[in-house]
Design a protein around this ligand. Structure first.
Ligand code: SF4
Length: 400
C-alpha cells in the first residue's frame, strides 16, 4: 500500500497509548490495536519504546543461527497462494533429498561453522501423491515424518549440527518422536484469520493452514515442554487487528506453557510465478509497526525478522526491538525466497554493529532453553551440550 494511502486508513494512537507503553507492559489488545495503526508522527515514539523493551530483555546483543537449509522434500499437499517452494511430482525442480544429499550439505555446513540443520519440507505429500509414497517406500519409510525423523537422527549422529525441523502440523505422538532427535522445532502460525481459507484467498487450498489446527500443534509442543519457534506472515490478506490477535494467541500459549523460544515476523514478498503475484507487499512502515507491537506484547520473548526479506534496509528492523536475525546460511540459498539472498555474515555484522549492537551466533535452540535439553539423557543431550561448548569456545576465539 502506498504510504499516503496507508496514512488515510491509519488512526492516530491516543497519547494515553504512549503513556501506557511505560506503565502497562505487556500491552492490552486495545492499546496494541491502536499502536499498530499509529501515525507516522507517532511511529518514532513506538519504535523508541520497543527498542527500550528489547534492551531491558537482552541488552547490547543481536543473535543469529548459522545454518544450512535442508529442503528435505518440496512436494506438498497444500497450495498456499504465496508459496514458490512447493512442487507437484514431475514438475521442474521437484525433489526429495536422499540421505547422502542431506549428509553432504550438513558436512559442508560444518566446515563453515554452521550449528543448525534447518529441515524445511512440504506437509504430508504422500497423502495425495502416489509418487511420494513410492519414493518413501524406496527409501525404506512409510511417511514423510518418519523419513524426517530418520534424517534428523542421521544428522545428529553423524555431524555436529543440531536439527531444527519445520514439518507442518504434528500430532502429540510426532512431537514426542521429533523432540527425541531435535532440541527445538517450529511451525509458523501465520495468522489466526480463518477467513483466508475461502476461495481466492491465500489459504484456499491449504488444509494444513487451518489456524485452530496450527494452534493445537503449538499447544501440544507446550504441553511437552518443547522449545518452539512460531510467528506471523504479514501481508497475506489479514487485517492489522488480525496481526495483533495472532500475536495475542501466541502470547497466551507462551503464558501457559513458557515454551515459545522465538516469534518470527515475516513479510510477504511477491514473486512473478505465484498465484498472489499481483498482491501488494506490506510496507516498511507496516513491518516496523508489527515488530514493535510484537516486542511490546511480549517484552521477554525473542523476536526475529529475516534480514533478506527487508534488504537493502534490513538494519532499520533493529529500531523496532527485534533481538535476532534468525537462521543465516553461508552455504545454502533461502529456498522459500530464492530471489532474496541472505546478506553476507560480514555485512550483517557491520550493519548490526553500526546500530550499536554486537552480533552473536546462537544454536537453533535459544540459550535459555538449552539447560532443559541437556538435562535429558542420550544422544540429543550430548550433542546439544557439545554444540553449546563449541560455540562458547568459538566465541572466546572471536570466530562466532
Ligand atoms: S507454504 Fe508450506 S504448506 Fe504452504 S504450499 Fe508451501 S510448502 Fe506447502
Amino acid at each position: 500500500m502506498a504510504l499516503a494511502q496507508e496514512n488515510q486508513t491509519r488512526k492516530v494512537a491516543p497519547s494515553s497509548c504512549f503513556e501506557a507503553l511505560h506503565a502497562d507492559l505487556p500491552l492490552s489488545r486495545e492499546t496494541a490495536c491502536a499502536l499498530i495503526r499509529c501515525s507516522d508522527h507517532d511511529l518514532p515514539d513506538l519504535l523508541c519504546a520497543a527498542r527500550e523493551a528489547k534492551e531491558r530483555f537482552k541488552p547490547g546483543v543481536i543473535t543469529y543461527s548459522r545454518k544450512v537449509f535442508v529442503p528435505l522434500t518440496n512436494l506438498c499437499r497444500d497450495y498456499c497462494g504465496y508459496c514458490i517452494f512447493r512442487r507437484d511430482p514431475g514438475a521442474p525442480g521437484a525433489h526429495t533429498m536422499t540421505p547422502d544429499e542431506v549428509l553432504q550439505v550438513c558436512r559442508a555446513g560444518e566446515k563453515l561453522g554452521c550449528t543448525e540443520a534447518l529441515f524445511s519440507l512440504g506437509d504430508k505429500p504422500e497423502l495425495i501423491f502416489p509418487e511420494m509414497r513410492e519414493t518413501l517406500r524406496r527409501l525404506g519409510y512409510s511417511s514423510t515424518l518418519q523419513y524426517l525423523e530418520g534424517m534428523c537422527e542421521l544428522v545428529l549422529r553423524e555431524t555436529t549440527l543440531l536439527p531444527h525441523p519445520n514439518p507442518g502440523l504434528l500430532s502429540a505422538e510426532w512431537i514426542v518422536r521429533l523432540a527425541a532427535v531435535s532440541p527445538s522445532m517450529g511451525l509458523m502460525l501465520e495468522t489466526t484469520n480463518a477467513s483466508l481459507l475461502v476461495p481466492g484467498a491465500a489459504h484456499d487450498n491449504a488444509p494444513d493452514k487451518v489456524p485452530a489446527k496450527r494452534l493445537r500443534t503449538i499447544e501440544e509442543a507446550g504441553r511437552q515442554n518443547v522449545p518452539f519457534t512460531t510467528g506471523l506472515l504479514i501481508g497475506i490478506g489479514e487485517t492489522v487487528e488480525d496481526r495483533v490477535d495472532t500475536l495475542l494467541a501466541i502470547r497466551e500459549l507462551h503464558c501457559r506453557y513458557g515454551h515459545i523460544q522465538e516469534v518470527i515476523v515475516q513479510n510477504f514478498r511477491v514473486k512473478p510465478t505465484i498465484p498472489m503475484r499481483d498482491w501488494p507487499e506490506p510496507s516498511r512502515g507496516e513491518m516496523l509497526r508489527t515488530l514493535a507491537v510484537a516486542r511490546l506484547l511480549m517484552p521477554e520473548v525473542n523476536i526475529q525478522a529475516p534480514p533478506n526479506l527487508s534488504a537493502p534496509y534490513y538494519d532499520d528492523l533493529l529500531d523496532a526491538g527485534i533481538n535476532d536475525w534468525g537462521g543465516i546460511s553461508p552455504l545454502t540459498p533461502d529456498f522459500i525466497n530464492p530471489e532474496k539472498p541472505w546478506p553476507h555474515l560480514d555485512q550483517l555484522r557491520l550493519r548490526t554493529e553500526a546500530k550499536g549492537f554486537s552480533l552473536r551466533q546462537r544454536l537453533p535452540v535459544y540459550p535459555e532453553f538449552v539447560p532443559a535439553v541437556t538435562a535429558r539423557q542420550g544422544l540429543l543431550a550430548e550433542k546439544t551440550k557439545a554444540a553449546a561448548e563449541l560455540l562458547g569456545s568459538a566465541r572466546e576465539t572471536g570466530t562466532a
